[in-house]
Design a binder for this molecule. Structure first.
Ligand code: MG
Ligand code: MG
Length: 627
């Protein structure tokens, strides 16, 4: 499968864009005229530069306002085309994108447009060039690929073909099945883009909010299945106009782009097994049972404080590593690993970020297959030397450079707790925590789409709609990756500024990473009693919250009193009730949450402002002592 990306999708100058594109593994690049015009090298040198990066120019674009012009404008557009053809030949590309005319001067009429294209095809053929016609969703007379195809069909010239762009077709909700009857040799290239569903002007939506296939809400897979049905087997080219991408890292955006195309190709191959499109094979998305463990890196001197906090939460010391200073705490199915090693990645991570939950283990159906899929999708593998008798756990780098390990029940990886660890006899009593309900990863807002795509392309999981979390100092955008069973839930919080609690977490202490862990209980009140008995100090919530809550939900005052006595937050949706209880932060960084779900499906977004205010208060010098 040949992949390409338009230079307009990335930030930087042409040279740095090409470097990023080549490094991410693309085969081709669409040269946007403006990227060339602001660059100081000649067309010939630009062409050479592209080829020196091992890339090919998949097309040159755009050529605007061509078809259906009255004289003398018509003659001028042909002169203009000849000059573009000169440029293309010097650059070394044979395909130009002509987008449908938006000029008020355009006359319209399929036959008139077809005649113009036939003549353009003749001129292109003399130079062995090709012309691809694309219907812009806001074109003056042609704004539907079905009409563009009719123009191309009537032009009836071998050097004139159609360019299909998923955005233009899907934004106008045009039936994608109309693509299936187009002969594949008349489809010169496929451009792909997704977008979040926002009801706004088509042109503005397209120019600012496009994103990678799989990052938005459009049915790009259905579009691609229709394309694949034609037998099309050439370039898939990303053409993404997005303000955030144009301001972001060209390298990161390129990697996301390549990942999105590989993932899309994989989905098409699974849906249409006999397609001509040569899609690389990779294992299926990994089914996830849940988070098998969370590992903390911490200094030996600070570890006893963290262990004490964990113990007040009802965890018992369950196992000790045979050769390393690594201890496992357990409660129900939850395993927290405390790593105080003075060597290895955990230690380097500590030196850079301080105490943090730097690694997580995902319990998947087949760990090694999951790892192979992650690598096929461009993830960065993680490995460090293992000692004699140790099991090498497959892993990749995740959010903030942290580690995502893969475990399963069916291979030797399922025995790791018995093979590498000695059990510890600890009689501590459980507080009723049974499993990890969710983990929250905090990141810069512009990383949110990256990690959304990372998780959803790798795991059998889906994303939920974006939710705004109101922090007293700004907005944090939150989106969740979860599986249908609800056994994997990762809330991802994108901070737009460093004044929010999330932004401060990134800026001042830890970089992007896990900011809180939420554990599940079946009985929040019993757990709260057990915690209090064990000396746990919960995050103090403002009494005003409870007055408001009682009125908002019409709660029984006795019930509200019980919530208030334990600092339990409450929410309700159409599916049921939700209870939340928090710890203060540990050393100003991460914190723990305990939740009970009575059918409720969300994450207590309405309570976030109260929780954030309480956490902030606890961080003030005169506030509660840090845990
Ligand atoms: Mg396009
Ligand atoms: Mg939470």
């Amino acid at each position: 499968m040949k992949t390409s990306i338009a230079t307009v999708s990335l930030s930087g100058d042409l040279r740095s864009k090409l470097e990023a594109i080549a490094k991410a593994g693309f085969d081709g690049v669409e040269i946007f005229e403006n990227d060339f015009l602001v660059f100081d090298e000649s067309p010939r040198q630009v062409g050479q530069m592209v080829r020196d990066h091992g890339l090919e120019i998949s097309l040159f674009q755009p050529f605007r306002d061509f078809e259906g012009m009255p004289e003398p404008l018509r003659s001028r557009t042909f002169d203009r085309a000849e000059r573009k053809f000169d440029l293309m030949q010097e650059m070394g590309t044979d395909l130009v994108l002509v987008c449908s005319n938006v000029s008020p001067a355009a006359i319209g009429g399929l036959d008139r447009a077809a005649a113009d294209f036939r003549e353009l095809g003749e001129r292109a053929a003399r130079r062995a060039l090709r012309v691809g016609y694309e219907a812009l969703a806001w074109g003056r007379h042609i704004n539907d690929h079905r009409d563009a195809w009719e123009v191309v069909r009537r032009a009836d010239h071998p050097n004139v073909g159609l360019i299909l762009d998923s955005f233009h077709t899907l934004a106008r909700k045009i039936d994608v099945n109309s693509i299936r009857s187009i002969p594949k040799e008349k489809i010169f290239i496929i451009q792909l883009a997704d977008a979040p569903l926002i009801d706004m002007d088509l042109l503005y939506w397209s120019r600012h909010f496009r994103n990678m296939p799989g990052e938005g809400d459009l049915p790009v897979l259905e579009f691609m299945r229709a394309v694949a049905a034609t037998g099309y087997d050439d370039y898939l080219s990303l053409e993404i106009f997005n303000d955030q991408f144009r301001g972001g890292s060209a390298t990161a955006i390129s990697i996301d782009g390549q990942r999105s195309l590989l993932y899309l190709g994989d989905q098409v191959r699974r849906a249409e097994p006999d397609i001509a499109l040569p899609v690389p094979e990779m294992p299926a998305r990994a089914g996830v049972e849940g988070i098998a463990f969370i590992e903390f890196t911490i200094d030996e001197s600070e570890a006893p404080q963290l262990e004490a906090l964990i113990q007040t939460l009802g965890f018992r010391r369950a196992a000790r590593h045979k050769t390393k200073s690594v201890v496992v705490f357990q409660q129900g199915d939850i395993r927290l690993v405390i790593n105080t090693e003075n060597r290895g990645f955990a230690n380097s991570s500590y030196l850079v970020h301080g105490t943090s939950a730097y690694a997580m283990g995902l319990l998947v159906d087949d760990a090694r297959a999951a790892h192979r899929r992650a690598l096929a999708l461009g993830a960065e593998t993680f490995a460090q030397p293992v000692d004699e008798g140790e099991i090498e756990m497959p892993a990749v780098h995740g959010v903030g450079g942290g580690i995502v390990y893969f475990l399963d029940r069916n291979s030797d990886l399922g025995t790791i707790w018995n093979v590498e660890f000695d059990p510890v006899d600890d009689p501590a009593t459980s507080a009723g925590l049974s499993s990890i309900d969710h983990i929250a990863q905090t990141m810069q807002y512009d990383e949110l789409l990256t990690w959304l795509l990372f998780y959803t392309s790798l795991l059998e999981a889906h994303k939920t709609p974006l939710v705004d979390i109101i922090d007293p100092s700004g907005i944090v955008r939150s989106q969740v990756v979860e599986n249908t069973a609800g056994s994997l839930r990762i809330t991802m919080n994108g901070a737009e500024n460093r004044n929010t609690l999330a932004g401060r977490f990134i800026a001042e202490t830890f970089g992007s990473g896990i900011q809180h862990l939420a554990f599940k209980t079946d009985d929040i009140f019993r757990t709260a009693d057990a915690l209090a008995a064990g000396g746990f100090v919960s995050l103090a919530i403002s009494p005003n919250y409870y007055d408001d809550l009682e009125a908002r939900f019409g709660l029984d005052p006795h019930f509200t009193e019980r919530l208030k006595a334990h600092n339990i937050l409450y929410d309700k949706d159409e599916h049921g009730e939700y209870f939340q209880l928090y710890s203060p932060t540990f050393s100003g960084g991460f914190f723990f949450e305990i939740v009970e779900r009575r059918g409720y499906r969300g994450y207590g977004a309405a309570n976030a402002i109260f929780r954030i205010a309480a956490l902030r208060k606890s961080l003030e010098p005169a506030g509660m002592p840090r845990a």
